[in-house]
Design a protein around this ligand. Structure first.
Ligand code: HAM
Length: 420
């Protein structure tokens, strides 16, 4: 049926059976974060617009072209969150979460909004799972954050992905590189718009997809060659730590992240089965962000993993859902008295932890059996007047058709035994 209403253009939606996979991915990714002591932070989906213009940076596409910004009824400029890090920093500062033990370790998940041109794997509302570790600058923490993402991908079953790694160094390293890069860019023949973008953040030109700009940037100096001793040592230790736990990576000195706050270690996970939108997650360190937003001058590191793209990647690798949606028992009740008794039995079994479905309405045995077949339940029972008077039912295994007689009082224990 064509509905009068359709979802807004370019949003991702999840409904059964695929929503089971979505749920599985979220539950799986959180495991390695919990194991490393990260705790949930649940934040608003809209924030003061300036949080993102300041935090994410005006040179970025995300801020300059892709924000869903509107005025609320009180005349305030509000933006639907395009990413999670700025909001987490705002909350950490506002609620003094950084006044206790450091690092503060937080994870979050939920929808994010960017007004991008929709295509496969690129949506206007999409989902991320993210973590942030704030207040400690230790290369082992960088490796820990990367390891959490890596383990998450492995746990959902992905194989065909790789980790790209670089370092954007500290302020001193970036300043040295910037001077040389700006000199190089000044000598290029560029249109005004591109030159303007480069003046805000010259690194952006590395990320320009146009072939002529790519050709012009082919010999541009890369930041990795300008790291001072401290930044170089830190980056070496990150690599050494990753090697020590067998996490493979490639150094990609030309990688540019889409957000301006990055410093030091930055990384992206790329999947080979996704075409143009191959980034299944990314992150890095952000030294100045908290101070920029009015907080203490603490460093942080984190990542955001794209749930929508992880699902597409799983499909490209033909990864079946390890846990199918599962039903233990389907209960068919025939007749008024049986319906009343059946309802109570169903509730009791559910309260004991079994997944139980039932027939509704007066469908008759044939219709109800069809529903039982389709339900995917392992077992079914039929309750009628006879079963109520004898107090026992036939417990039928759906796959084989085999049935055993079980008293109603022993139904739970029999089901428990059979599913062991
Ligand atoms: P990001 O690289 O902009 O980083 O986004 C992280 C991931 O979200 C991407 O790798 C991609 O998988 C997914 N993603 C981004 N945009 C879309 C879209 N339009 N449609 C579908 N998926 C998308 C951040 O957002 C940073 N906050 C990550 C971070 C946390 N860095 C430090 N801490």
């Amino acid at each position: 049926m064509t509905s009068k209403f359709q979802a807004p253009k370019g949003v991702s939606e999840y409904f059964p059976p695929r929503s089971n996979q979505f749920d599985f991915v979220l539950r799986t990714l959180v495991g390695p974060a919990l194991a490393a002591g990260y705790e949930l932070i649940e934040l608003p989906i809209f924030e003061d617009t300036e949080l993102f213009t300041r935090g994410v940076g005006e040179s970025t596409d995300v801020v300059s072209k892709e924000m869903y910004t509107f005025e609320d009824r009180g005349g305030r400029s509000i933006t639907l969150r395009p990413e999670g890090t700025a909001g987490v920093m705002r909350a950490v500062i506002e609620h003094n979460l950084d006044r206790g033990q450091l690092p503060v370790k937080l994870f979050y998940r939920g929808p994010f909004f960017r007004a991008e041109r929709p295509q496969a794997g690129r949506y206007r509302q999409f989902y991320q799972f993210g973590i942030e570790a704030i207040g400690v600058n230790d290369p082992q923490l960088d490796a820990e954050v990367i390891a959490i993402a890596y383990e998450g991908y492995k746990k959902v079953g992905l194989k065909n992905f790789s980790l790209h790694l670089t370092s954007l160094g500290d302020n001193e390293s970036r300043a040295a590189h910037r001077m040389t890069l700006v000199d190089y860019i000044d000598k290029l023949d560029l249109d005004d718009e591109t030159r303007n973008r480069a003046s805000k953040n010259p690194l952006r030109l590395f990320d320009d997809k146009r072939p002529d700009i790519q050709a012009k940037m082919a010999k541009a100096p890369v930041l990795l060659d300008f790291l001072n001793d401290e930044s170089r040592d830190d980056f070496s230790e990150v690599q050494e730590s990753l090697r020590s736990i067998n996490i493979p990576f490639e150094i990609n000195p030309r990688m540019v992240r889409g957000l301006d706050y990055y410093t030091g270690t930055t990384f992206e996970f790329v999947h080979s089965g996704l075409g143009a939108q191959s980034g299944i997650g990314g992150g890095g360190r952000y030294d100045g962000l908290m101070a920029t937003l009015g907080g203490q001058d603490l460093s942080g590191i984190g990542f955001g993993l794209g749930i929508d793209r992880i699902l597409l990647a799983m499909e490209s690798e033909k990864i079946a859902l390890p846990i199918e949606s599962y039903t233990d028992l389907f209960v068919i009740s025939l007749g008024e008295a049986a319906r009343k008794r059946g309802f109570i039995i169903v509730q009791e079994l559910r309260n004991q932890g079994f997944v139980v479905k039932q027939s509704y309405g007066d469908r008759g045995l044939k219709g109800a059996m069809k529903a039982a077949d389709k339900s995917g339940a392992r077992y079914s029972i039929v309750i009628g007047d006879a079963e109520i008077s004898t107090g026992s039912v036939e417990l039928k295994e759906m796959a084989t058709g085999e049935a055993v007689s079980v008293t109603l009082s022993a139904l739970a224990s029999t089901l428990a035994e059979k599913s062991r």
